[in-house]
Design a protein around this ligand. Structure first.
Ligand code: MN
Length: 239
């Protein structure tokens, strides 16, 4: 059994979410062969060198899970794209590039965070291209901590006016971009998060039946996609 989650937006100010996540690790994830975290795991991440005691406790919980035999894969989201090797080493997880193709139930499946599918948000796409450029990343990682904190606050204020992101605040994916990237990778299943609109969409890629599974964000409830012999099943649970 494999589990996929995304958009927990973990932060110290939401102990209900981190408590539910720790419970999820001890009860469900421990039964899984692998846990995939598809981005926006943390609400904000300004560098592995700025890890807080709260974030360190989450890293330790992940490490315990990996030591008990569950492989953990972590993909960057738009909030935590500065998560780096030091965090992964501490948390016992592996960084997964966005996009990545993996095999689930003998089928090739495309995994993404999902922000790159929202091509209609042109100002964000421009910012994303700049932020994810290797040169910009190098500069960002080497900025003084206080400058990075200021920058993160500025980005957050612009994106959500300091309220928690709701589905209505986030531009949805561009349908044509979904078809294009699924065709380019030759897959019939795409799994992503980011939009906070959990659902399974049936579609056609090159005339073949296909599906796009959108993972839910953890806010009013938690969500996890379970993949086993019974197929792909996503159910909410109480926080
Ligand atoms: Mn996101």
């Amino acid at each position: 059994m494999i589990l996929l989650i995304s958009d927990l937006h973990l932060e110290q100010e939401r102990p209900d979410i981190s408590r539910a996540f720790l419970h999820f690790l001890e009860t469900r994830a421990v039964e899984a062969q692998a846990l995939y975290i598809l981005g926006d795991f943390f609400e904000v991440w300004i560098g592995d060198d700025a890890i807080s005691p709260f974030q360190r406790s989450i890293a330790q919980a992940l490490r315990q899970l990996s030591e008990r035999g569950t492989r953990i894969y972590l993909m960057h989201g738009n909030r935590d794209f500065l998560l780096g090797k030091a965090f992964c080493q501490e948390a016992g997880c592996r960084l997964l590039p966005d996009p990545s193709v993996i095999e689930l139930n003998g089928e090739r499946v495309l995994l993404m965070h999902g922000d790159s599918l929202c091509t209609r948000d042109t100002s964000y796409m421009k910012l994303r291209r700049w932020l994810r450029n290797p040169v910009s990343l190098f500069i960002l990682r080497n900025l003084p901590l206080s400058t990075r904190q200021k920058l993160a606050r500025k980005l957050r204020n612009e994106s959500s006016a300091q309220t928690r992101m709701k589905a209505s605040d986030i531009v949805d994916v561009t349908p044509d971009e979904v078809l294009r990237i699924m065709a380019a990778h030759g897959v019939r299943t795409l799994i992503h998060g980011h939009t906070h609109r959990p659902a399974t969409h049936q579609l056609h890629v090159n005339g073949q039946a296909a599906q796009r599974i959108v993972l839910g964000d953890w806010d009013k409830q938690g969500w996890a996609l379970q993949v086993d012999k019974k197929g792909f099943n996503q159910l909410p649970f109480n926080l």
